[in-house]
Design a binder for this molecule. Structure first.
Ligand SMILES: NC(=O)C1=CN([C@@H]2O[C@H](COP(=O)(O)OP(=O)(O)OC[C@H]3O[C@@H](n4cnc5c(N)ncnc54)[C@H](OP(=O)(O)O)[C@@H]3O)[C@@H](O)[C@H]2O)C=CC1
Ligand SMILES: CC(C)=CCC[C@@H](C)[C@H]1CC[C@H]2C3=C(CC[C@]12C)[C@@]1(C)CCC(=O)C[C@@H]1CC3
Length: 345
């Protein structure tokens, strides 16, 4: 049966790499690239068709930062497709980022160094602004537009006898302390990106709670640090080249990826709800590698109750079970009782 997959922000970076990988995994897919820029979307489609001739790749105009655009795209999706198996909520922005150099050097010579490179905690601020709908741009793009899209697509996503999956591209930068329920748009703070990603983690949990019984399952993934337009907006490319050796040094510790589940569906099958990198493997993260977790959510719909995937050197392989019980799930401490370890390469 042909599966319908829609990816937001599919024309570059992780989204585009995800599309490439999905088409490689499943030739039967009907893939819809939902992008705000038609020219870039057409270029992405052409590139995908060059590597996967004969693939079914559709284009859809969608600006997730605009309420009107989301509403009309949702109408178009409902008119075009009679099912939606996977909805990848990947589009995201980080406008006007600034790195706190002082905090970087303080963190670099402290015990917090691994955490700093993995999460950028205390390092990054952004300047947000209201958009034409009067919403804060980061909140509207990274979270609200996607939320509205899901709500509008419920007739497709919650069909009896058919399971659909939502897969969010979240971030290790998501932090509980950056998010406030009194200021969900993060109007007052300087970390709207961190706040929006934490809010998407929370939303995913809430969607699971309320929609699992209607056949809708939501997962959150973290791609790690990936070199894309987004990261090239943080530092100029020559600086990235300069700090590459530091990145390599820090990332040489390990790369552990955890995909596990805490919500059972009514059939006793668990669906992965979160993916976490415990150590960082920062500079090796190409968009292809960054899309790993997202692709992992696609074919593993009927995953075993706990899937814990380890990609690491010997040392961290043995260390992983020690750190795992302390893994963070959307801001709360979570205990993992069983795991199935696979060593990659
Ligand atoms: N790179 C990294 O290290 C990390 C990235 N992420 C997340 O991964 C996701 C993809 O980012 P990444 O690939 O790195 O960066 P890119 O900038 O390469 O990709 C972002 C994509 O989102 C699209 N987009 C942005 N705003 C909108 C909008 N309003 N409507 C529709 N599409 C939009 C962009 O389109 P356009 O080309 O038109 O701008 C682009 O296709 C984001 O959610 C990001 O937060 C998470 C953790 C780490
Ligand atoms: C010498 C010097 C100024 C180094 C700065 C390094 C930082 C630019 C990076 C260290 C950790 C990185 C990181 C991200 C961006 C770049 C860093 C802050 C992200 C915030 C990018 C987007 C994400 O979603 C998560 C990343 C976490 C790690």
């Amino acid at each position: 049966m042909e599966k319908v997959v829609l990816v937001t922000g599919a024309n570059s970076g992780i989204g585009l790499a995800l599309c490439e990988r999905l088409l490689t995994e499943d030739r039967q897919l009907r893939l819809c690239l939902a992008c705000r820029n038609t020219q870039r979307a057409e270029a992405a489609r052409a590139a995908l068709l060059t590597s996967h001739s004969g693939a079914r790749v559709d284009l859809l105009h969608l600006d997730v930062g605009s309420v009107l655009s989301v509403l009309s795209a949702a109408q178009e999706i409902k008119a075009r497709y009679n099912r939606l198996d996977f909805l990848y909520l990947n589009a995201g922005i980080m406008p006007n980022p600034a790195v706190d150099i002082r905090a970087f050097f303080t963190g670099f010579f402290s015990r917090n160094i691994i955490n700093m490179f993995a999460t950028a905690e205390g390092l990054l601020t952004q300047q947000d602004r209201p958009n034409s709908d009067g919403l804060q741009e980061v909140f509207a793009t990274n979270l609200f537009g996607h939320f509205l899209l899901i709500r509008e697509l419920e007739p497709l996503l919650c069909q009896p006898g058919h399971a659909s999956r939502l897969i969010w591209t979240s971030s290790s930068n998501a932090r509980r302390s950056a998010f406030s329920i009194e200021d969900i748009q993060h109007r007052k703070g300087k970390e709207p990106y961190s706040s929006s990603k934490y809010a998407s983690d929370l939303l995913s949990l809430a969607l699971n709670r309320h929609k699992n019984n209607q056949g809708l399952f939501s997962s959150v993934t973290c791609p790690g640090l990936v070199m894309t337009n987004l990261t090239y907006g943080i530092l100029p490319s020559f600086l990235w080249t300069l700090i590459m050796p530091i990145m390599w040094l820090v990332s040489s510790a390990a790369s552990t990826r955890v995909l596990f589940s805490s919500d059972n569906d009514s059939n006793g099958v668990c669906f992965p709800i979160d993916q976490i990198r415990i150590f960082t493997n920062t500079f090796t993260l190409t968009p292809y590698n960054g899309a790993e977790a997202l692709v992992g959510c696609h074919p593993r719909c009927d995953a075993p109750s706990v899937v814990f995937t380890v990609k690491c050197r010997k040392l961290s392989f043995f260390a992983a079970p020690l750190v795992l019980p302390k893994a963070r799930v959307a801001g709360s401490e979570s205990k993992i009782s069983q795991f199935d370890i696979r060593i990659w390469e």
